[in-house]
Design a protein. Structure first.
Length: 130
């Protein structure tokens, strides 16, 4: 799979009337021979408010950044940080070891390590002639 397919924007987010997506966190995707590494900027999002799912070849990262400091007494001059629900979908395909996916959270960065499955090499079969 090429990196272009891997980062396809077609699966970046969904929006519907009942459950709107408010923002998309920035992410970096790296790949080496053994794994994909996804790093997502989710500063200000509590670990409990993030979910990582893998189903049918698609890695889903969703969560919620709450605006707990909103105050009626403050006169905001500028608000640039996004709050609310986010959702990212990344199409990885089925050549990953779903049981070995790991996620960690440190300093506002969610790191997801997705190991690739070993490709099964074709087996040569000897033919005997009777």
């Amino acid at each position: 799979m090429s990196l272009v397919q891997f980062c396809s924007p077609l699966l970046s987010s969904t929006v519907n009337e009942e459950n709107q997506v408010h923002w998309l966190p920035a992410l970096d995707i790296a790949e080496d021979g053994a794994q994909y590494i996804v790093e997502v900027d989710v500063a200000g999002v509590r670990k409990e408010d993030v979910k990582v799912l893998f189903d049918n070849g698609i890695l889903t990262i969703e969560g919620l950044r709450k605006n707990e400091s909103e105050s009626k007494e403050k006169n905001y001059h500028r608000i640039e940080r996004s709050y609310g629900r986010f959702l990212r979908h990344l199409k990885l395909g089925n050549n990953v070891d779903a049981a070995a996916i790991k996620a960690s959270y440190k300093d506002g960065v969610l790191t997801i390590t997705v190991p690739k499955m070993e490709r099964i090499k074709p087996k040569a079969i000897d033919i005997t002639v009777n």
